[in-house]
Design a protein around this ligand. Structure first.
Ligand SMILES: Nc1nc2c(ncn2[C@@H]2O[C@H](COP(=O)(O)OP(=O)(O)OP(=O)(O)O)[C@@H](O)[C@H]2O)c(=O)[nH]1
Ligand SMILES: [Mg+2]
Length: 321
């Protein structure tokens, strides 16, 4: 259904949850109106502080997110929550539990909560998440918390879209080595050892501290990710997490890192969109490009042309429209 984008955007600006929901649906479903939506949102974005939370299943991300929402609401800030599940083709289902954990905030007009799954076609969630973040940003959220389930490559990619990445671990999850394998030791700006009420939290924090130190070649003034212990289910340590986030934000502002990160992210986003568009043109079975590729393939098979030279012809043709 065609929607009046400018009126939706105006309503989202006023904080109307239904307008925000519609805009995110347009984004998630890769609607043909996406371009119009993004063009309308562009001048309204760039104000929100985006915090990513990632970590193994069940570690306490949603509980921590919910506690952080409470902390930021007490500061009077408007908060957006985006729960993304790269492994699920369905929006909602797997995240039902999160809704329950977030239900404390369900009636708060200063909080907007949304879950997303891998629906949109182009580049999946890694591509859709930043657009949804923009919607929440334009809608006036001061802080946006992005919870990503799991610690695989796509989660790491989504985490990279945050201004500050929080990596959560809990005792007894075979921590260190697994964390290193998943690449999350590179992306954390703040580490949280949750479930500190359980045995082994100290050992986990020690191991993490050791592993973080191993790759260390820091210069004076570089950021050293702090490790914060929490019992999220009781709200313990949450103020310390907020303090660590503020400190990281301050450090980024001071050193120009925030601007650098955002520029880098925008550059990646442009690349993904451009490459996706090119790939679609290349794969268009009815169009000339497919025919061209097949005829080049014949010549490669016949030994008349090497694959690199053939690829050069394709990129030249795509570039010239
Ligand atoms: N003992 C203890 N349990 C906790 C703590 N924090 C969360 N839990 C419990 O751990 C379970 C999982 O918490 P969630 O917040 O749903 O974890 P999650 O990381 O969001 O889980 P997924 O989204 O499924 O990956 C729930 O039963 C929580 O109540 C804690 O600090 N201590
Ligand atoms: Mg969760």
């Amino acid at each position: 259904m065609k929607q009046d984008v400018s009126s939706l955007v105006a309503q989202a600006r006023e904080g109307r949850p239904r307008a925000v929901a519609r805009l995110i649906s347009l984004v998630e479903g890769a609607s043909p109106q996406l371009r119009e939506v993004m063009a309308a949102l562009a001048p309204l974005t760039g104000n929100a502080y985006v915090i990513g939370l990632t970590g193994p299943p069940g570690v306490g991300k949603s509980t921590t997110t919910s506690a952080l929402v409470g902390a930021y609401r007490r500061q009077g800030r408007r908060v957006g929550v985006l729960a993304v599940d790269p492994s699920s083709p369905f929006s909602g289902g797997a995240l039902l539990g999160d809704r329950v954990r977030m239900s404390d905030h369900a009636s708060d007009a200063g909080v907007y909560i949304r879950s997303m799954a891998t629906r949109g076609h182009l580049g999946g969630l890694a591509w859709a998440a930043p657009q949804a973040i923009r919607v929440l940003d334009a809608a006036g959220c001061d802080v946006i918390l992005v919870e990503t389930v799991g610690v695989g490559q796509s989660e790491v990619e989504i985490a990279a879209q945050a201004d500050t990445s929080v990596v959560l671990l809990a005792p007894g999850m075979g921590d260190g080595i697994q964390a290193a394998k998943a690449g999350i030791l590179e992306i954390g700006d703040v580490y949280v050892v949750n479930k500190a009420d359980r045995d082994g939290a100290d050992a986990t924090a020690r191991e993490l501290n050791h592993m973080l130190g191993l790759g260390e070649a820091r210069r004076p003034g570089d950021w050293r990710p702090p490790i914060v212990r929490t019992v999220a289910s009781r709200g313990e340590g949450i103020d310390e997490v907020v303090a660590a986030l503020e400190k990281h934000k301050g450090w980024m502002d001071e050193r120009g890192v925030l601007v650098d990160r955002r520029r880098e992210r925008a550059a990646k986003e442009i690349e993904v969109i451009a490459v996706t568009a090119l790939r679609e043109r290349l794969a268009d079975v009815h169009g000339g490009q497919r025919v061209r590729v097949l005829s080049l393939a014949e010549r490669v098979l016949a030994g008349e042309l090497d694959a690199y030279a053939a690829a050069d012809e394709v990129t030249r043709a795509l570039a010239s429209g």
